[in-house]
Design a protein around this ligand. Structure first.
Ligand code: SAM
Ligand code: DTB
Ligand code: SF4
Length: 350
């Protein structure tokens, strides 16, 4: 990954097509997490001081030598009606990803078994939908039951959910639902025009009400400013309670998407974002998510030092490449990191 001199990359640096939408007013957060000013002050700390503070908080809640491994599978690929400017699976862009149907239950369970045999503790299943249809729910519930029966933690990301969909997934035993806020409210309309920030918040609330743990994070490197990165962390930390699992994705620039030529983010700004997420959400699992394939191992190690304690593990993410399993095993061994039996983060105190 190359380095760009300005940590506060401005929206003017990304292609005009990706900047077509309006900037929206911020929705009111449900609870007051750290203020944007507080978060910006963390971002502005000297790098060693920021890493020290993030490490100290990390160690209060987690063993710093323990990392969680989650494998991903795209159970329904491509042809998505949403226009997310970063996404290779949107039908709005010509990225060479073909649209497919929902995978048969048995194929998904076989893939989960292989991921478990390779060492994954959690199996995350993604579908390129705006939202699942009622006719999909029986197969989805069966997938959750069978993957869980293997002894793996289960996570799904299927787009927006109705109450009854969330309840059906909860009843099947789904451990986590991934639904990202992706960026700050005021930048959202520049990236996605086919849904609103409020719709994302509504689904997150339905997931919580159904009793499913929340996995919610975002993407950096889309041309947002530092204040907008801080705005994302503020929104996440203001969810009530904040998510148990927070994926921080680095944009994977995919040819054919409006963000294919986005200005690269300063790598240290990415590490700062991980550290700030750790400080703002001390008990969450902070997940070093998309973008590792494009990062040197030294940068990944810095992210783990800054408070990340989970990675996506397996040769592909959903449709783009991830580091090879053997390379990750070797990296964990070189860093002296362990993979323990899966646990869920302790709930945030009231
Ligand atoms: N369709 C569902 C949704 O959007 O919620 C689930 C699948 S979607 C691919 C899950 C997440 O993947 C997105 O919210 C985004 O954060 C991440 N993602 C997608 N494309 C990416 C890219 N090119 N680089 C980094 N992260 C990406
Ligand atoms: C998340 O926040 N990142 C994962 C998972 N949740 C579903 C997806 C990353 C996708 C990266 C691009 C791709 O391969 O499609
Ligand atoms: Fe569809 Fe999800 Fe991709 Fe957006 S991120 S285009 S909703 S698959």
């Amino acid at each position: 990954m190359s380095c760009c001199p300005s940590p506060g990359a401005s929206a003017a640096q990304i292609p005009a097509a990706a900047l077509a939408g309006p900037r929206a007013a911020s929705p009111l957060p449900a609870r007051q997490g750290p203020s944007i000013e507080r978060i910006l002050a963390w971002y502005a700390l000297p790098f060693p001081e920021l890493i020290y503070q993030a490490q100290a908080v990390h160690r209060q809640h987690f063993d710093p030598a323990s990392v969680e491994l989650a494998s991903l599978l795209s159970i329904k690929t491509g042809g998505c009606p949403e226009d997310c400017a970063y996404c290779p699976q949107s039908s709005h862009y010509d990225t060479g990803v073909d649209a497919d149907k929902l995978m048969p239950v048995q194929e998904v369970v076989d893939a989960a078994r292989r991921a478990q045999a390779a060492g994954a503790q959690r199996f995350c299943m993604g579908a390129a939908w705006r939202s699942p249809k009622p006719r999909h729910m029986q197969a989805l519930a069966e997938i959750v039951r069978q993957v869980k029966a293997l002894g793996m933690q289960t996570c799904m990301t299927l787009g927006m959910l109705e109450d009854e969909h969330a309840r059906a997934l909860a009843q099947a035993g789904l451990d986590y639902y991934n639904h990202n806020l992706d960026t700050a409210p005021e930048f959202y309309g520049r990236i996605i025009t086919t849904r609103t920030y409020q719709e994302r918040l509504d689904t997150l609330q339905r997931v919580r009400q159904a009793g499913i743990r929340v996995c919610c994070g975002g993407i950096v490197g889309m041309g947002e400013s530092r204040r907008e990165r801080a705005g994302l962390i503020h929104q996440l930390a203001s969810l009530d309670p904040y998510p148990e699992s927070v994926p921080i994705n680095h944009l994977v620039r995919v040819a054919g998407t409006p963000l294919a030529q986005a200005e690269p983010l300063d790598p240290f700004e990415f590490v700062r974002t991980i550290a700030v997420a750790r400080l703002a959400m001390p008990r969450a699992r902070v997940r070093l998510s998309a973008g590792r394939e494009q990062m040197p191992e030294s940068l990944q190690a810095l992210c783990l030092l800054a408070g990340a304690n989970s990675i996506f593990y397996g040769d592909t993410l959903l449709v783009t490449a991830n580091p090879q399993v053997q390379a990750d095993q070797a990296l964990l061994a070189r860093l002296g990191l362990r993979v323990d039996a899966a646990t869920h983060p302790a709930p945030e105190p009231a």
